[in-house]
Design a protein around this ligand. Structure first.
Ligand code: SF4
Length: 727
């Protein structure tokens, strides 16, 4: 072993799955990945890995790589033709010509880029600059829109900045952990291990879980609130009502550090325990108990995820929970705070560089002229456009209607992951040009690609990622990349420099906007963009990350280290320095159940799969937990419909239909059903129905989105369920 504790064949990286951001030591032999172990020195996991992380090396086996990887550029010049192998230079020249002519003819907003929370921060930075700085369009959005934009909006509305205040260590200090809209045991397993450890260390720790399903997380709770889908705001307002009634609020903190409480107080007067219990479908005494535990404890930590975010009222849900924290002063102290868990490994990094249609670098706002001027000055361009860009759902709708003609999709699979699949696939068919940049050629979106650009992937890439607790980790390449693949940031630069030449007469900067030779140069420019901002990392460097390990932001110049926990001084990054209460009111789910569609369908992750399974789907042992998709229902509903486990049913919403086998789940309430999100096609093995039909759970989901965060309601649809008669 060397001084780092690394064996000679090990390289430090991170897990490429969830936002816990576990450190991974990648073990190699002769340029191949042969094993992984958790990094004992990484503060997110201290050496642990979950089933997905501990099988990462199996996703890098040579045979799988050959089957599934995109290994060389492919191009087709006409729809209907097959794509053919092409040289990089020819492919990039072709793309630069197509983009230049389209931009000239139809303007910069006729093109769009759709990115991914799987990308590293440096990748994100370059693509964002390419769209907003060079081309002059804000049509750059990301699949992170589908998982965390409501958390972003909730933080900004209440606390003034998109910054999760707590850290993982707060789990150890909490007296109450309130988990809501998160099956943490499945979706963030190593965080859940830390909760289990905290419970062992402190038998008095109370865990409250609010979720429509009795998930494995809920089963371990001291108090489970099986709320009806979409009723979270009523729950939080109801808890605040009880805290007010029982004098569990901290009036001194409210007076000194917040504004807007009077309006909210008037609103929550109506959220009586009786009304809330009926609305949420829970017992009044459980609601009161939850409020008492939360409000009376010295340290209440809430942890939440897609159950709050993937909703047409996602911003209000986030804000209502943060209201509760502010009113009871459960924030800015050890063991307390509203902690959004990010779904993807670098959704946070994407937020930091402003890789969304509604944001600019370093948490700046697109609609703020000063912020636009600051970024234009940093990049050396005349201006950054003020016109709002298209968010994920809007972007594909604009592709469908022809407003966006060329779409460039990087490291994500919208043909599976976006709601109302038939519209997304229609959009991809109608687009004048679909560019797919991905490490895998097996995604449903690749089927629509006119140009396929082969990218590097986990264990081959250099850069940084940021996890849920604002911790930046240096990611290192462990093995050489396949010969014809390129890094995502390099592909963006190779294209951007060509486009600069083509648009030379229109753009007004003297030299290239993309002078980078290394990821460190990209990251240093990103670092400069954060100067004086809430996420200031001007005191941090690649060298510090190398020598001192992962660091949390902010880490301003002159600081000895990153800040573990935010707002301990009670000063918030708002104009007044005070946190803002948002006057939140409960709104039902966008699609109400009725006689035609009588079931609430909810969606979510399974324990051992990741997203659309392009990676986890190549590992046989990850199917031992769930081997095929199923519609999970309560036993009473199955019996009432004269069904039995394994029967095939049509599940139909207003948006589409699926055929799935029925499974009975004791986690389900009557009137509700659940489908895991991972499978992209109907697939029922051995019954003449393999891989047919429409496209996974998102054939059923609604494109309705939150008006503030623009995050779609992927968590819920109203459905009917009928027995399928198959030949
Ligand atoms: Fe990877 Fe998340 Fe599992 Fe950690 S908890 S090993 S980051 S999937």
């Amino acid at each position: 072993k060397n001084v780092d504790g690394l064996k000679p064949n090990e390289t430090r990286a991170t897990c490429c799955y969830c936002g816990v951001g576990c450190g991974v030591l990648v073990q190699t032999e002769a340029g191949r990945v042969v094993g992984v172990r958790g990094d004992p020195a990484h503060p997110a996991n201290f050496g642990r890995l979950c089933t997905k992380g501990s099988t990462l090396h199996l996703t890098a086996r040579p045979a799988l790589q050959e089957q599934a990887r995109a290994l060389y550029p492919e191009l087709r010049l006409a729809r209907g033709d097959a794509r053919e192998r092409a040289e990089w230079d020819i492919t990039l020249d072709y793309l630069a010509s197509r983009f230049a002519s389209t931009i000239r003819e139809h303007g910069p907003d006729s093109v769009g880029f759709y990115l991914s929370g799987q990308l590293l921060t440096e990748d994100y930075y370059v693509f964002n600059k390419l769209a907003k700085g060079l081309i002059g369009t804000n049509n750059v959005d990301t699949n992170s829109r589908l998982c965390m934009s409501s958390a972003v909006a909730g933080y900004k509305q209440t606390l003034g900045a998109d910054a999760p205040p707590p850290c993982y260590e707060d789990i150890d200090h909490a007296e109450v952990i309130f988990i809501v809209g998160s099956n943490t045991a499945y979706a963030h397993p190593i965080v859940y291990r830390r909760i289990e450890d905290a419970r062992k260390a402190n038998p008095d720790l109370k865990i409250i879980v609010a979720d429509p399903r009795r998930t494995d997380t809920a089963r371990e709770a001291d108090l489970f609130l099986p709320i009806l889908p979409g009723t979270d705001v009523a729950l939080f307002n109801g808890m605040l009502h009880i805290c007010l009634w029982e004098d569990l609020i901290d009036q001194a903190y409210i007076d000194a550090h917040t504004e807007g409480f009077a309006e909210l107080k008037a609103t929550v007067r109506d959220y009586t325990p009786k009304f809330v219990a009926e609305t949420c479908g829970i017992r009044e005494e459980d609601l009161i108990q939850a409020a008492r535990w939360f409000g009376a404890s010295q340290a209440s930590l809430s942890m939440y995820c897609q159950g709050l975010n993937q909703s047409a009222a996602g911003t209000a849900k986030n804000a209502a929970l943060i209201n509760l924290h502010l009113a009871t002063h459960q924030i800015g102290k050890p063991g307390a705070g509203p902690f959004s868990l990010t779904g993807q490994p670098n959704a946070m990094g994407g937020r930091e560089v402003g890789g969304l249609a509604t944001m600019l670098s370093a948490h700046r706002d697109l609609d703020n002229p000063q912020h636009r001027a600051e970024i234009a000055a940093l990049w050396g361009v005349a201006d950054v456009p003020a016109r709002p860009g298209k968010s994920a759902v809007e972007m594909f709708e604009a592709v469908r209607t022809g407003e966006i003609k060329l779409i460039w999709i990087v490291c994500t699979n919208p043909a599976q992951s976006m709601p109302e699949q038939k519209l997304i696939r229609e959009a991809l068919e109608r687009a004048e040009l679909v560019v797919v940049q991905d490490a895998y050629r097996t995604t449903a979106t690749c089927d629509y690609a006119d140009v396929l650009l082969p990218a590097t992937t986990w264990s081959e890439k250099e850069g940084t990622v940021t996890n849920s607790e604002r911790r930046i980790t240096r990611v290192r390449a462990a093995v050489p990349q396949p010969a014809q693949t390129r890094h995502d940031w390099q592909i963006a630069i190779d294209f951007a420099r060509r486009l600069e030449e083509k648009l030379a007469s229109e753009v007004n900067h003297a030299s290239t906007l993309f002078p980078y030779e290394t990821t460190e140069q990209v990251w240093n420019e990103h670092r400069e963009s954060t100067r004086g901002r809430d996420l200031d990392i001007t005191g941090l460097s690649y060298a510090i990350l190398e020598s001192q390990g992962p660091q949390q932001w902010p880490f301003p110049q002159g600081a000895a280290g990153g800040r573990k926990r935010l707002y301990e001084d009670g000063i918030f990054p708002t104009a007044s320095g005070r946190a803002r209460f948002v006057n939140t009111r409960y709104q039902p789910v966008a699609e109400r159940v009725d006689a035609r569609f009588p079931f609430h369908l909810t969606t979510g992750r399974l324990r051992d799969q990741w997203h659309g399974m392009s990676r986890t789907g190549t590992v046989a042992q990850l199917f031992s937990h769930a081997s095929e998709p199923a519609l999970v229902m309560a036993q009473t509903d199955v019996e009432r419909r004269l069904l039995k486990e394994g029967d095939l049913v049509h599940v139909t919403s207003k948006h589409g239909s699926q055929i799935l086998p029925v499974a009975i789940g004791d986690d389900m309430r009557t009137g509700q059903a659940f489908i895991g999100m991972h499978w992209g096609e109907e697939y029922v093995s051995g019954r003449g129905h393999e891989g047919k039909g429409s496209h996974g759970v998102n054939a059923l989901t609604s494109p309705v989105f939150d008006p503030v965060s623009k995050q779609p309601e992927l968590k819920h649809a109203a459905v009917k369920i009928l027995k399928a008669e198959l030949p």
